[in-house]
Write a protein that binds this ligand. Structure first.
Ligand code: ZN
Length: 410
């Protein structure tokens, strides 16, 4: 099988990192399915020698990934909701959105973000492929189209005169295997003076902080700023501002508009980030070969830590059941021999089992009852929030384990 770059079609010959094979990270199992065969797919990430886009090959069609079993509902993290509310306040003010504006969010999930535009009476439309999450949004009065955004959908918007003043995409650019089709769609769906904001994990943070667990099958591309600027540029869109955000372990928020629209001048942030990435080696293929050895080192340190604790007879459980946790656990080979169970606040995940590792997911109250010695925090990007919520473990001398960027005990 020969694979080609999803942006420039160059054959992919350079491995960035191999995390072995694992099931889809959101394929949570019910008890009755534990003895059935589970599909595993390779988790090999390549870097294109021509355009330096870091990418996973496509193993499953999005229709299969984002189906009704899709266990992810956005509305369960408090820090994420607060991030979204601040974004809406900023966007309304900075871009002068009002009752006559049209805001479209791609992959709008349960309406977690669009709900905040209600306060400003700004008309919104969510586009969400998962029918069960879209139903939650509709029940909350957020207009939502159950559809997959692509160039064909964008052309329909264009023909019907429904182009947007603002197109929002949070954690969707990296999730779309048809990258060129998606970005062409953005161009088509945008008004002449409209703008796009997209948030996605920043490759520089992933590499510098060894965040290999943010690699999973639903996540097809891993962008440096240099790469995303080249891709948007090739489709007639220019990035006029960029922000570095703490979300998901370090994300970029890019602001783009039509290449031919002269109304906004380029922020100094764009030039600064471009320079920083060039100086750090993101335009040089050799830089990308430094990642794999760092990943293997984190795996060995985490296993060493867990082996030592288990030999001492300690009770260790997990906190959280995020997609990234499944990459970490499956790559490291951590099952119920090391973690008795994990807990999650989402009722959709409780009483399920993690894909691959088959670690059971319980209600967070279970930790208070069981008094474990150690709690491994899987969504380490929310560690401050979780350490505060679970401060009760200090009562019996419990401690937290943070796996990334290096193994630490708190
Ligand atoms: Zn390429």
């Amino acid at each position: 099988m020969s694979m080609h770059c999803r942006f420039c079609q160059t054959p992919l010959a350079h491995l960035f990192v191999s995390l072995g094979s694992s099931p889809l990270s959101n394929a949570f199992l019910r008890a009755e399915n534990l003895r059935k065969m589970e599909p595993y797919y390779p988790l090999d990430v390549y870097v294109c020698e021509n355009c330096l886009l870091v990418q996973l090959d496509e193993y499953e069609k999005p229709a299969d990934i984002f189906n009704d079993e899709y266990a992810y509902f956005s509305s369960y993290s408090e820090s994420w909701l607060s991030h979204c509310r601040q974004y809406v306040d900023m966007a309304v003010k900075r871009f002068g959105l009002n009752e006559r504006s049209s805001v479209v969010e791609i992959a709008s999930n349960d309406g977690y973000l669009l709900q905040y535009f209600k306060h400003y009476n700004v008309p919104v439309l969510g586009i969400e492929p998962a029918a069960n999450t879209a139903a939650v949004a509709l029940a909350n009065g957020i207009p939502t189209d159950i559809a997959f955004f692509d160039e064909i959908y964008a052309k329909k918007m264009h023909q019907e005169g429904r182009q947007a003043d603002l197109i929002i995409g949070n954690n969707v650019l990296a999730h779309n295997p048809n990258l060129n089709d998606f970005v062409r769609g953005l161009k088509t769906a945008l008004k002449a003076d409209g703008l796009i904001t997209m948030e996605f994990p920043h490759l520089a943070r992933l590499m510098e902080e060894t965040q290999f667990d943010t690699i999973y099958h639903e996540h097809f591309s891993y962008f440096s700023f240099l790469a995303v600027e080249r891709i948007f540029g090739s489709h007639g869109l220019k990035i006029f501002d960029v922000e570095q955000l703490p979300t998901h372990g370090g994300s970029l928020r890019i602001y783009a508009d039509h290449h031919e629209y002269p109304g906004r001048s380029s922020s100094v942030n764009v030039e600064n980030l471009r320079t920083r990435e060039l100086e750090s080696g993101y335009a040089d293929l050799r830089h990308y070969h430094s990642f794999h050895p760092k990943v293997r080192s984190v795996k060995m340190d985490l296993l060493q830590c867990l082996i030592d604790l288990k030999r001492e007879g300690k009770k260790v459980v997990g906190y959280g059941a995020p997609a990234k946790g499944n990459t970490l656990l499956n790559y490291c080979g951590i099952r119920t021999d090391f973690l008795d169970y994990t807990v999650d606040r989402s009722p959709h995940k409780q009483n399920c089992y993690l894909p691959g590792s088959h670690i059971p997911v319980r209600h967070p109250d279970r930790i208070r009852e069981d008094r474990p010695d150690y709690v491994l925090i899987l969504p380490w990007n929310l560690k401050e929030e979780i350490v505060a919520q679970m401060a009760c473990i200090r009562e019996w001398g419990g401690r937290f384990i943070i796996p990334i960027p290096q193994v630490r005990i708190l």
